[in-house]
Design a protein around this ligand. Structure first.
Ligand code: NAD
Length: 358
């Protein structure tokens, strides 16, 4: 079963600001596994398992730390009783399959189990529901299992509903009505989340433009009666009311901000701003920005519901709270002369201190 077996080396010294850090060599795969537990102040640290072929193990360990901290803020800002953590599997090859993949996942499962439930894992870049089923052979602290295993399955439809709730709050703040009807929205990246979001927006009567690098996504644009742009550089600066970045991060950088012609930026992509300081540049151009980690919290809500066996009504409530949170932080940013991003970070910190919990 295993490719090569060596004794696991375990390190548990946590860097400053983290509760726990596990770095170990997989018993079956020999690969480096890292799990960073940033905070369990609000609940078990939940964060996906990233399976990636890094340039070096140190890069993978650093990624686990960076992503774990972001999960703490995302959960706290979404009002979820969850902490922040992240798991990284440093794959020895770019897309491991077969026995090697299984060995990596079982090794990761052992590392998750060693944390006794203080960290709960889920899907992330490079892993999917079928991989969670393999990890579940070694630990029960895993969510995002396939539908047939009673899991929550593909999170992207729920993520898209959350982004729509955030967008409605932005529209209300900016134009006085939350309704997307007749609003010109440009969705950049029509994959899992962007495709669902575009469909919801079309149903709500928005005037859509869709952009994707993948020409096969044009079929969706045609089906929805949307305009099509195949060049994202052109799409980002197109004349629209709402820019909805749903591709990779860093789409909006210092060179792009002065050229934007939208009034609102609200999408699913993680780290949509190449640099946090660009939140101020957007504000000075009077572009309303829904911070990504609030707008895209639906994916986390999806696995939270699986963890706590919540039904559709509770999920709908949590998704609705994405909208109300965006409304609150946009108002606070206006009132305090700050940015929505700064207000979102303040909200998360307050919840972590317990000063914002009822
Ligand atoms: P995906 O891979 O299914 O879709 C991304 C799409 O973007 C693909 O169709 C791809 O061709 C396209 N794309 C990539 N670069 C592009 C570019 N420069 N211009 C135009 N199109 C481009 O991914 P996804 O699951 O839909 O996730 C999209 C984003 O949302 C990611 O940043 C992800 O981290 C974030 N996110 C996703 C979820 C979820 O539930 N899937 C939850 C939270 C956050």
């Amino acid at each position: 079963m295993s490719t090569h077996v060596i004794h696991p080396e375990v390190s548990r010294s946590a860097p400053a600001g983290f509760e726990e850090m596990v770095v170990r060599t997989g018993e079956r795969s020999g690969a480096t596994i890292a799990i960073a537990v940033h905070s369990t102040a609000l609940g078990p640290a939940l964060g996906g398992a990233r399976l990636w072929h890094y340039g070096s193990d140190d890069e993978g360990v650093a990624d686990a730390r960076r992503l774990a901290r972001a999960m703490t803020y995302k959960a706290a800002a979404a009002g979820l009783l969850l902490g922040g953590g992240k798991g990284v599997i440093c794959a020895p090859t770019p897309r491991p399959e077969g026995e090697l993949r299984r060995a990596l996942l079982l090794d990761f499962g052992d590392a998750v189990e060693s944390l006794g439930g203080r960290y709960v894992t889920a899907e992330d870049v490079g892993t999917g529901a079928a991989d969670m089923a393999v990890i579940a052979e070694r630990t029960s602290h895993v969510v995002g299992l396939p539908d047939e295993r009673g899991g929550s399955g593909d999170p992207s439809p729920v993520t898209a509903r959350g982004v729509l709730a955030a967008m409605r709050a932005c529209l209300e703040h900016r134009f006085g009505s939350p309704a997307p009807a007749d609003v010109r929205v440009c969705v950049v990246g029509a994959g899992h989340v962007g495709g669902h979001l575009a469909t919801l927006l079309a149903e709500a009567g928005a005037v859509l433009t869709i952009c994707d690098l993948d020409p096969s996504r044009r079929r969706l644009a045609d089906h929805l009666g949307a305009a099509w742009i195949d060049d994202s550089a052109e799409a980002i600066i197109s004349d629209c009311d709402v820019l909805a970045p749903c591709a990779l991060g860093g789409l909006i950088d210092a060179a792009t901000v002065p050229r934007l012609r939208c009034r609102v930026v609200c999408g699913a992509a993680n780290n949509v701003l190449a640099d946090d300081r660009l939140a101020a540049a957007l504000a000075s151009r009077e572009i309303t920005y829904a911070p990504d980690f609030i707008a895209n919290a639906g994916g986390l809500i999806n696995v939270y519901a699986e963890l706590h066996q919540l039904g559709p009504a509770a999920v709908a409530d949590l998704l609705g709270s994405i909208g109300s949170t965006v409304g609150l932080i946009l108002d606070a940013a206006d009132r305090n002369g700050t940015t929505p991003l700064a207000e979102a970070q303040t909200l998360a910190r307050r919840r972590l201190r317990g000063t914002d919990l009822g």
